[in-house]
Design a binder for this molecule. Structure first.
Ligand code: ADP
Length: 374
């Protein structure tokens, strides 16, 4: 009885906090300086919290003598560990099991730490990112809620949006040796995937591979497959820079056999394409087309979030594949968190300022809490 009471209280408290704050939050994460960075660019200084203990809500950037101050729900200092970041979002992940639609985005220029935040550092288990940590938490909770009568089914899909075209990242790997997940729908590589939303707010992407999963290990296997299928392009900024949005979706169906309660939650974890501007990445030809597609979808995302928070009549979901795909998970009582990843390198201050401005536009929409941004 105590467990149920505690659980009820937790949910009520969480929902009250959300009601007060609105359902959109922005966390800023500043990554550490990399060994080859640190060249000084005169007059451009980024001031951010220098330690996890001192982490607060403010970040400042001085460029050409002009100071720009920003406030977010949280600013993580460079020494913040993956575990410390996860502690701040674990409640949000949990709410997907409670039946909510959740979206967590990583936004920032190439090399700012988006993939590190989402996936972690390959080969360093202690530096796992929030996708593996979320999965561990979800599957642990699945186990721990069994005695209370809860049974969950989970399905995973992974896609990327490249040049406004959807690519199924699980389509090409159809092997199903013993122990690998059972495929419930088949995908076809090279196909035009179309997005449809039904009356119940469920999204269907035609022919997208959706896989039933029973364990973290199975999802890890699929994540590896997806990583090898991702398209990467070469820019002057980073050879492995990602020019596509990566969308990881976990659908959760829960039923309580004692009470007949049912829940349907979705957890979308999205590693967005690099937000760098055209001139910086030296784009021409195909690269130019890619950059334009990226800019279009990123500005559509900010337009949608802005319109939602201002409760506008028309929400421009259809302006990009990304926002149309995520439409049911961005409105209503869904929960959205945006990480804005920042490089502390002074040479990146121009891009950092753009990212901070983007995030402040998204964050400024917190309902009922007007804020000043310069
Ligand atoms: P992006 O996905 O934005 O292009 P990455 O996640 O690949 O950027 O990060 C660029 C580099 O910085 C990688 O070598 C990554 O391991 C490192 N890095 C990013 N964030 C952190 C962090 N918080 N702590 C340590 N290293 C980091």
């Amino acid at each position: 009885y105590k467990v149920i009471e505690g659980e009820k209280l937790r949910k009520e408290l969480h929902n009250t906090i959300l009601e007060l704050k609105g359902n959109i939050r922005v966390f800023c994460r500043v990554r550490p300086l990399l060994p080859d960075e640190g060249s000084s660019t005169e007059g451009n200084i980024i001031s951010y919290p220098t330690s996890m203990e001192a982490s607060g809500r403010g970040i400042e950037l001085t460029q050409n003598g002009q100071k720009h101050s920003f406030t977010y729900d949280k600013v993580f200092a460079p020494d913040t560990s993956q575990e410390e970041v996860f502690i701040e979002i674990s409640q949000l992940v949990q709410s997907a099991l409670d039946g909510y639609k959740v979206c967590i985005f990583a936004y920032g220029q190439t090399g700012s730490g988006k993939t590190y935040t989402m996936m972690g550092r390959p080969g360093h288990p202690g530096e796992k990112g929030l996708i593996p940590r979320s999965l561990e938490q979800i599957f642990q909770t699945k186990q721990s809620q069994q005695p209370q009568g809860w049974k969950y089914e989970m399905q995973v899909s992974m896609l990327e949006i490249y040049n406004e075209t959807i690519r199924d990242l699980l389509a090409t790997n159809k092997s199903s040796a013993d122990g690998t997940p059972t495929r419930v729908e088949n995908g076809t590589p090279g196909k035009q995937y179309t997005i449809k939303h039904d009356a119940n707010g469920n999204t269907h992407v035609s022919d997208l591979t959706v896989v039933d999963v029973q364990s973290v290990k199975e999802v890890a296997f699929l994540l590896n497959q997806a990583a090898s299928s991702r398209s990467v392009g070469k820019t002057q900024m980073n050879e492995q820079s990602s020019r596509s949005h990566f969308v990881f979706t976990l659908r959760i169906y829960g039923v309580n056999e004692s009470t007949d309660q049912q829940v349907q939650g979705i957890l979308n974890l999205i590693d967005l394409a690099g937000s760098e501007r055209l001139s910086r990445s030296g784009s021409t030809g195909d690269r130019l087309k890619e950059t334009q597609a990226i800019n279009k979808s990123l500005s559509s995302l900010s337009d949608v979030i802005f319109a939602l928070a201002k409760k506008e009549d028309h929400i421009p979901f259809r302006n990009s594949k990304l926002t149309y795909l995520l439409q049911p998970c961005l409105g209503g009582d869904s929960k959205t968190l945006m990480f804005v990843n920042i490089s502390p390198d002074q040479a990146s201050s121009g891009e950092s300022l753009c990212s901070l401005r983007f995030a402040s536009r998204v964050n400024a929409c917190e309902i009922g809490t007007p804020r000043r941004h310069t």
